[in-house]
Design a binder for this molecule. Structure first.
Ligand code: SF4
Length: 257
């Protein structure tokens, strides 16, 4: 496995005695609770996840945002709530995750919030479908101090890409990644660490070698292969890959369905 030392150094450089001590307290209370069966909680969260928005421009078939099928309240994260939370928790946080369901860049305040976290020396991570990385947003992303940028690239041809990323445009994603790489160079910035995340599904599993080649050509730092979760798997699902190495599901030879 490749070690990305620049990314690791950036993470370590943002640690402090307070953060480390908080992590020790949390882990100690976790193990005491586990072995004594008495609930003890010391310390504050060492990481937190914020969802910048529930909205998305794409329509991925296994995502509540893509299906427009939330059973919980939807909308954009409010910046004042975010800042207040960070003022309370920030000095203990080792890293902050800026995504869940929804496309973070749809929230117009997203990069301002990243910048606020960066100013507090918190390691920040986001994940995007890569459709909003125009030149201006790419420059602002690098300037915001974002540490890790995961870009979903689930196919190396438009035909295959759009089978899962419905309504997506692969060319736009690749241009967006190139914009980030360009601005990192222009601003002489080592961050963000850019990752192509390839969600392996049956229609794209044959393109895995090609995504590594594309990443190399653009100057992306890392490629990560990810297994897909599908909701309807009992009778099989056309998205489940043939190669079981890339699947969360195993065929049951004794199944009667
Ligand atoms: S791009 Fe991400 S948030 Fe948007 S529909 Fe697809 S999986 Fe959901």
């Amino acid at each position: 496995m490749k070690f990305y030392y620049k990314d690791a150094i950036r993470f370590i450089s943002k640690l402090s005695t307070r953060k480390l001590w908080n992590a020790v307290l949390l882990l100690t209370s976790y193990y005491i609770t586990r072995y004594t069966s008495k609930a003890i909680q010391w310390g504050l969260p060492m990481t937190v996840s914020f969802e910048p928005t529930t909205a998305c421009n794409l329509r991925c078939p296994e995502c509540p945002s893509g299906l427009r099928a939330f059973s919980r309240p939807t909308g954009n994260l409010k910046q004042d709530f975010f800042r207040k939370s960070l003022d309370e928790l920030g000095s203990q946080l080792m890293y902050l995750i800026f995504y869940f369901q929804g496309e973070p860049y749809i929230n117009p305040d997203f990069l301002d919030m990243v910048q606020y976290a960066s100013q507090k020396k918190i390691y920040t991570i986001t994940s995007t479908n890569g459709h909003f990385l125009n030149d201006d947003n790419a420059r602002r992303t690098v300037e915001s101090g974002l540490d890790r940028l995961i870009i979903s690239v689930d196919g190396t041809t438009q035909e295959v890409y759009e089978q899962y990323r419905k309504e997506g445009n692969l060319q736009k994603v690749l241009e967006g990644a190139a914009n980030i790489v360009k601005w990192k160079k222009q601003l002489n910035s080592a961050s963000p660490h850019v990752i192509f995340q390839f969600l392996v599904v049956k229609p794209n599993e044959h393109q895995i070698p090609e995504v590594y080649r594309m990443a190399d050509e653009i100057g992306v730092d890392e490629v990560k292969l990810k297994t897909a979760q599908v909701y309807d798997y009992i009778r099989g699902n056309p998205l489940i890959p043939e190669n079981e190495k890339y699947s969360r599901y195993r065929k049951n030879p004794e199944a009667t369905l």
